[in-house]
Design a protein around this ligand. Structure first.
Ligand SMILES: [Zn+2]
Length: 649
């Protein structure tokens, strides 16, 4: 089995700068050993080469002099049992090549290139990325026994490091290839989904990227089956990379489940790829020398591991002299824990009965994040499946009883059809379009959409399955709402009325529209943006409503009972012959700050099966009291992270 398939990476990436050409490799190795690091990612080639290249279109770091730094790192790491992934960045070259090969580079619609400091951005369609990049990779594979290759900023890049946006590339290669792809069309001027050829352009981009990744993969495999291909894409990639990163201009709300979500999306969507989610130490690209708080670094790393991946951590440059040592020490703590218990990790089998479908083709939406957060806070085990994967391989849905779509209209109809054909219970959220065929199969008819609901509400009625929410009365509705006929419903929409001066705030009327529709076959539709509202506003009624709906539709999805507060993230998996319960204390998060969590006492979780404690891996004293069919697992005190292996009695 290829080495990465063990899924227990403890990866440390040093983002090498030219000046690191003179680094002390022995000091690096000493630091990596403190991490119990199993894989290191180091700079190899592309913008700068860290070995003596013979290729005229690659510039070596001027600080390298005659040194073969890559060779020295690989030799010394391998001696210590540390694998090495060679990092490349073909998205730019030194500006000196621009004069000789202007055709390699990105061009805006008006023909401008994108220089940045002393580099210039290349285009994925151009000869440099299509041909020269493969020669560079080939030179490294030929000369060095690397264990994997990674490339940064792969694909169509339309922005620079200052965040300036330049639009779709209009270089001659893009023009020619898109014309061939589209039967003679011109490139779209913007990436606005409203552009007439937007979808075709997206399909073209995917084809270019996938074709090139296919060639890279074949090249790498020609040097051996044990060399991993890794980048931020899935096609022909062995280790899909993602990041938990931070940015000073990032919009709120703060996304606490960044690592869990990044891992979850890949973990259950492929069985022949692993995810390595890099916990970026830096506060931003602009602030690579100041780290996020140590507690946030640990939280993200614990989520990586607890959700079913290995560990991955990155700093700029070398450790020696790096200003923020606190975050480095924090990362080491989690790495050491993983090293002690790696036999338990890497082979976690999901026990989830609920699958959440999300689009492969776009970024996480507020609707998805709201649902993700709600399910985590309900301690309801769930997996995330990318829609294109469910559509291509419906067997991925086999293990679940229930499939939830957080955002109708965004999920591929083929994925929903696969779930419906496999007789899964469906929980459908959102006001987006539902495929006509699916409406027919479900006995539904979408009759319209009300896009303006500011000051509208949903009224909780007595005896409608939402009794615990009765005291809330009217629940805030904002955004769009879709009307359907076909299924009986409850939760009537209260029409918007005047909302000006208090003297005029009256006149709301109940409508015939229903916010919760139930099919005779046990499916549920909430045709409004429950997830997005929860993400934006955080009012617990949205979460509670989702929990009530799921407990009605598929009570088997609610496997973890007890008194865990929403601020504890619980992970429940099978590990080998036993079961692994992991609890992560998120109370250190308040506002936009993440610091040391507040310790919690007297926690207990009720779990399915008759279980006893096998081994405590982390945290305090766990005890288990088995009942007839369920077991009460108690923990006297939760500091930051606790984990216990349980076995059947
Ligand atoms: Zn181009």
């Amino acid at each position: 089995m290829a080495w990465w398939r063990e899924n227990n990476l403890r990866l440390v990436q040093i983002n090498m700068r030219d000046i690191d050409g003179g680094m002390d490799v022995d000091k690096l190795i000493a630091e990596l050993k403190e991490f119990c690091c199993s894989v290191v990612m180091v700079g190899a080639g592309g913008i700068s080469a860290f070995y003596p290249t013979r290729l005229e279109f690659q510039r070596t770091s001027p600080w390298l002099e005659d040194r073969d730094l890559l060779g020295e790192i690989i030799e010394k790491c391998h001696r210590e049992g540390i694998r090495v992934i060679a990092r490349f960045d073909f998205s730019k070259t030194h500006q000196s090549f621009f004069r000789r090969h202007p055709e390699w580079y990105y061009r805006s619609e008006d023909g401008r290139a994108v220089p940045y400091n002393d580099t210039v951005a290349t285009c994925v369609c151009g000869e440099y990325q299509q041909e020269r990049a493969l020669e560079i990779i080939g030179e490294v594979l030929q000369g060095y026994p690397v264990d994997g290759i990674f490339f940064n900023m792969f694909g169509f890049i339309t922005w620079d490091y200052s965040g300036n946006y330049y639009g779709p590339c209009h270089c001659d290669c893009c023009k020619k290839r898109f014309a061939e792809f589209s039967g003679g069309k011109e490139l779209p001027k913007t990436e606005d989904p409203g552009e007439p050829d937007f979808r075709e352009y997206r399909a073209f981009q995917e084809q270019v990227v996938e074709e090139l990744l296919g060639r890279v993969h074949r090249l790498v495999r020609s040097y051996g089956d044990d060399i991993a291909v890794c980048t931020y894409h899935h096609s022909d990639v062995d280790i899909i990379r993602d990041e938990s990163n931070s940015a000073v201009d990032r919009p709120l709300p703060f996304w606490l489940y960044n690592s869990s979500s990044n891992v979850a999306k890949v973990r259950s969507s492929w069985d022949n790829k692993i995810i390595s989610n890099c916990v970026i130490n830096a506060a931003d690209l602009f602030y690579r020398f100041s780290a996020v708080p140590p507690a946030l670094t640990r939280l993200r790393l614990y989520e990586n591991m607890a959700e079913g991946s290995g560990l991955d951590f990155c700093i700029i440059g070398v450790f020696e002299g790096y200003p923020d040592q606190d975050s480095v020490s924090a990362a080491k703590e989690v790495f050491r824990y993983h090293a002690e218990h790696q036999e338990v990790y890497g082979r976690l089998d999901s026990l989830a009965k609920l699958a959440v479908l999300l689009p492969l083709s776009r970024r996480e939406s507020p609707a998805y994040r709201g649902v993700f957060r709600a399910l985590k806070e309900l301690h309801l085990p769930f997996d995330c499946i990318l829609d294109a994967r469910a559509a291509a391989e419906p067997s991925l849905l086999e293990r679940y009883t229930t499939v939830l779509a957080p955002e109708l209209g965004e999920v591929l109809p083929e994925a929903l059809a696969a779930a419906e054909s496999a007789s899964k219970k469906l929980v459908l959220l959102g006001s987006g379009e539902m495929d006509g065929e699916m409406q027919k199969r479900l006995g539904l008819c979408r009759t319209g959409e009300i896009t303006e609901n500011r000051s509208a509400y949903l009224q909780v009625e007595p005896s409608n399955g939402l009794e615990p929410l009765e005291g809330r009365g009217w629940i805030l509705l904002d955004g769009s709402f879709a009307r359907y006929t076909g299924w009986p419903g409850t939760l009537p929409r209260v029409e918007r009325a005047w909302f000006g001066p208090p003297e005029r705030c009256f006149g709301h009327r109940l409508t015939e529209d229903r916010g919760l529709l139930r099919s005779p076959g046990g499916h549920v539709l909430l045709p409004w943006d429950l997830g997005g509202l929860y993400h934006r506003l955080g009012y617990s009624e949205y979460r509670e409503m989702l929990g009530l709906v799921l407990s009605e539709v598929s009570p088997e999805t609610l496997q973890i009972g007890g008194n865990l507060p929403p601020q504890v993230e619980a992970f429940w998996d099978r590990s080998g012959d036993g079961f692994l319960l992991q609890l992560l204390n998120l109370t250190g998060h308040h506002g936009v700050t993440v610091e040391e969590p507040v310790s919690l006492s007297g926690l207990w979780a009720e779990l399915p099966g008759r279980l006893e404690v096998d081994r405590v891996l982390a945290g305090g004293a766990f005890t288990a009291e088995a009942g007839q069919e369920r077991t009460k697992v108690s923990l006297d005190r939760l500091e930051e992270f606790a984990a216990v292996l349980l076995k059947e009695i």
